[in-house]
Design a protein around this ligand. Structure first.
Ligand SMILES: Cc1cc2nc3c(=O)[nH]c(=O)nc-3n(C[C@H](O)[C@H](O)[C@H](O)COP(=O)(O)OP(=O)(O)OC[C@H]3O[C@@H](n4cnc5c(N)ncnc54)[C@H](O)[C@@H]3O)c2cc1C
Length: 448
């Protein structure tokens, strides 16, 4: 980009899911669009979504139910979800060659199980619509003129990778351009779409920079907090079970001897404690309870059996596997990685023959299997959070167009706004819907 005075109709800042969709959509409507991304590639976070499989959206519910799931703020999404909801997202991807499938709980994934395939479709969408992509283009601030943005100030620009990028004179470092003289280091446009994301997983590029600029230009930022986060536990045994994923378990949170809430589904043991879909969904409530005192997390490893039924099974097993010792029997009941912790908690010697277990010992074992207790000490921080709760106050954004009510040529989309949902594809759908609307109205601006 040798010419620093090049004018664009729309400049999109941030090449995550929201920014890519917004830029492609604006280009599709005929605008001359620039997409500025500070990394040397697009969609770094998108690539790690759904453990690299990308839970694209949520197909179980209609719009009204989707909105209800997002809580009080959900109605903000009403208009953009109606225009580009889960059905439209699936159609958008399928039309461009990505086959999708629906898994348990309405979670939509690519049939290939590869987030990269979703990214490829978005990159092609940008290319097909002549979006000019600037990689390693870190926006540092805005230049404001009255209540409009005049230009964005960049740290540096490398025109790499894009076939549409112009060759510019610069300083070279091996085979890569290290820096380029672009005069004022600024880019100007009629309208700007800010999609720099939240603060979660900053290693992917989302460091929350956008909040600072928006505060400076008069927006209210609802204090960003980590959401959908793993939990740290006092006990260290989960570390030994690290990587173990349990598909059909019950997890409940307890305080002062009272059950507060529970979920059924999939969880994961980690280096610090516990994670996985149901833990992430419980994390907000765990955080609230921690403010009031100690929180116990109880895992029911056999939710389909009540205590009595489990004891009957153990009794049968004691006869069926009478020759086995306790340690060798346990794999019949539990995943390998849980055997040591259960042996320790049960205080039953691992070499005891299981037909020698007393009734009380057997009943105690059943209790442990249905009430595996952990003490929650902390929610992990932004480094491990899936999304950010908080962000640009919704009342300062027009919900149909995603236009800022403070700065007339600024639009906002994606995680930067004060809207987030549970696991299951809700958060990416928020990005697709708001990105599509912002891309549309940043172009159709004059007509609305
Ligand atoms: C581990 C993990 C798994 C997830 N899995 C799922 C899932 O399966 N389904 C789901 O619905 N959601 C999932 N999410 C949430 C989802 O990924 C995010 O909500 C979504 O990526 C937010 O998109 P965004 O475009 O708003 O922001 P981001 O994806 O954060 O993108 C923002 C972009 O802006 C760029 N940027 C930031 N500052 C600047 C700057 N100053 N100048 C230029 N560029 C800048 C960043 O480098 C980044 O590329 C997951 C999140 C994580 C962390």
């Amino acid at each position: 980009m040798g010419d620093s005075t090049e004018q664009f109709d729309v400049v999109v800042i941030g090449g995550g899911p929201a920014g890519m969709l917004a830029a492609g959509r604006a280009g599709e409507l005929g605008a001359k669009v620039a997409l500025l991304e500070k990394n040397d590639s697009l969609g770094r976070k998108l690539l790690i979504t759904g453990k690299g499989r990308c839970n694209i959206t949520q197909a179980e519910f209609n719009d009204a139910e989707f909105i209800k799931t997002l809580g009080k703020s959900g109605k903000f999404l009403f208009s953009s979800l109606a225009a580009f909801g889960p059905e439209e997202v699936i159609e958008f991807l399928e039309k461009r060659g990505l086959k999708t499938k629906i898994e348990r709980g309405g979670r939509v994934f690519p049939v290939s199980n590869r987030a990269r395939d979703v990214l490829k479709i978005l990159e092609k969408y940008l290319k097909d619509n002549n979006v000019k992509i600037f990689y390693n283009a870190e926006v540092m601030s805005f230049e404001q003129v009255d209540n409009r943005i005049g230009s964005v100030i960049l740290k540096k620009v490398y025109p790499v990778k894009s076939s549409q990028s112009e060759v510019a004179e610069g300083e070279f470092n091996g085979d890569r351009i290290k820096s380029i003289n672009i005069g004022k280091n600024s880019i100007t446009a009629q309208n700007y779409i800010l999609c720099t994301g939240g603060k979660a997983y900053p290693a992917t590029g989302s460091t929350g920079k956008g909040y600072e600029w928006l505060k400076q230009i008069g927006h209210t930022i609802i204090s960003p907090t980590p959401a959908l986060v793993p939990l740290r536990t006092k006990e260290t045994w989960p570390q030994a079970a690290q990587g173990l994923s349990l598909k059909n378990v019950g997890v409940s949170l307890w305080q002062k001897g009272k059950k507060q809430t529970q979920r059924f589904g999939e969880m994961l043991f980690t280096h610090w404690g516990v994670s996985g879909p149901i833990i992430l969904d419980l994390s907000h409530e765990a955080g609230e309870l921690l403010k009031k005192g100690q929180v116990e997390l109880v895992i029911d490893l056999k939710p389909a059996l009540n205590l009595e039924k489990l004891d009957e099974r153990l009794k049968r097993d004691c006869q069926l596997f009478s020759n086995k010792n306790f340690r060798n029997y346990l794999p019949e009941l539990l995943p390998q990685k849980l055997i040591n912790p259960i042996i320790e908690l049960s205080h039953i010697a691992p070499d005891r023959k299981i037909n020698s277990l007393h009734k009380d010992e057997r009943k105690e074992l059943a209790k442990i299997v249905k009430n595996l207790k952990l003490t929650v000490t902390q929610l992990l921080g932004f480094d491990q959070a899936i999304v950010t709760s908080g962000g640009v106050a919704l009342k300062e954004i027009d919900s149909k167009t995603l236009r800022s009510r403070i700065v007339s040529n600024l639009f906002l989309a994606g995680e930067i706004i004060d809207l987030d949902g549970p696991t299951g594809g809700y958060n990416l759908q928020i990005c697709w819907s708001t990105g599509y609307a912002a891309g549309t109205y940043a172009v159709k601006d004059e007509m609305v």
